[in-house]
Design a protein around this ligand. Structure first.
Ligand code: CA
Length: 242
């Protein structure tokens, strides 16, 4: 049983392709009162992360289809908060350093002590429940609204206020704008944008993204041939300049 009552029933996603490890970890977490789901490759991990909405991720590094660093990168682009613990046989300092740089909260090498593992899981969950407050579902640090140039985006009301008009934005437009706002002056690939706005698909039309950018520029650029805020980066994708 989990000692801290408020951790009962927290959802943990285990991303692990070796079934005996995954099942061992799952068994022990369930015994502690957690809810558990297992993803056996990186693509499934992203799918479950979106649909199962776990409170914590246990992430292996060497995985089929998309490795642990790839999973980490995709998640951290849109969610800085969910605690991620890497559980890997890779024990080199370079891997750990890369993990921490890319936003993991903890790193444990295999083989590991069960008690230590469980203590770390509890610590991560407790810390994130304090950060969230009572029932907050915060996924970004943007707050209720964001201002760039003369424009204000209100996330709660899905509103854009520009010097010439005020209008409603779609759920998807909000998601993609948030991705840009959270990654200023970073090139985002069409795939990143597809992933954030339309879910992880891999082979969707990148044209979808280009059409979306055309729309954004119409909304927010004074001269949409010479964009100031949403610029194209040749060979890479798009970049937001606040
Ligand atoms: Ca593995």
């Amino acid at each position: 049983m989990v000692k801290e009552q408020n951790l009962q029933g927290k959802k943990i996603l285990i991303v692990e392709d070796e079934s005996h490890i995954a099942e061992g970890v799952a068994f022990n977490l369930k015994k502690e009162g957690f809810e558990v789901k297992i993803a056996v490759n990186g693509v499934e991990a992203l799918d479950f992360w979106k649909n199962y909405k776990p409170d914590l991720l246990i992430l292996d590094l060497m995985l089929p289809l998309l490795d642990g660093f790839g999973v980490l990168e995709q998640i951290r682009k849109v969610n800085q908060k969910i605690p991620i613990l890497i559980l890997s046989a890779r024990n080199q300092a370079a891997d750990k350093l890369r993990g921490f740089k890319e936003g993991v909260d903890d790193y444990l090498t295999k083989p590991f002590e069960l008690d230590e593992f469980l203590a770390r899981v509890q610590r991560l969950l407790l810390r994130s429940s304090w950060n969230k407050g009572e029932d907050g579902e915060v996924e970004d640090n943007l707050g209720d609204s964001y201002r760039f140039g003369p424009h204000v985006i209100n996330f709660k009301e899905h509103l854009a206020v520009t010097p010439t008009k005020t209008f409603q934005l779609t759920e998807q437009e909000i998601k993609l704008l948030k991705l840009f706002f959270m990654n200023p002056q970073k090139a985002l690939s069409r795939e990143d944008l597809l992933n954030a706005g339309w879910g992880y698909t891999g082979q969707m039309e990148t044209r979808t993204v280009d059409n979306f950018i055309v729309r954004l520029r119409k909304y927010f650029e004074e001269d949409n041939k010479k964009p100031r805020y949403f610029k194209s980066v040749r060979g890479k994708g798009y970049m937001f300049y606040p």
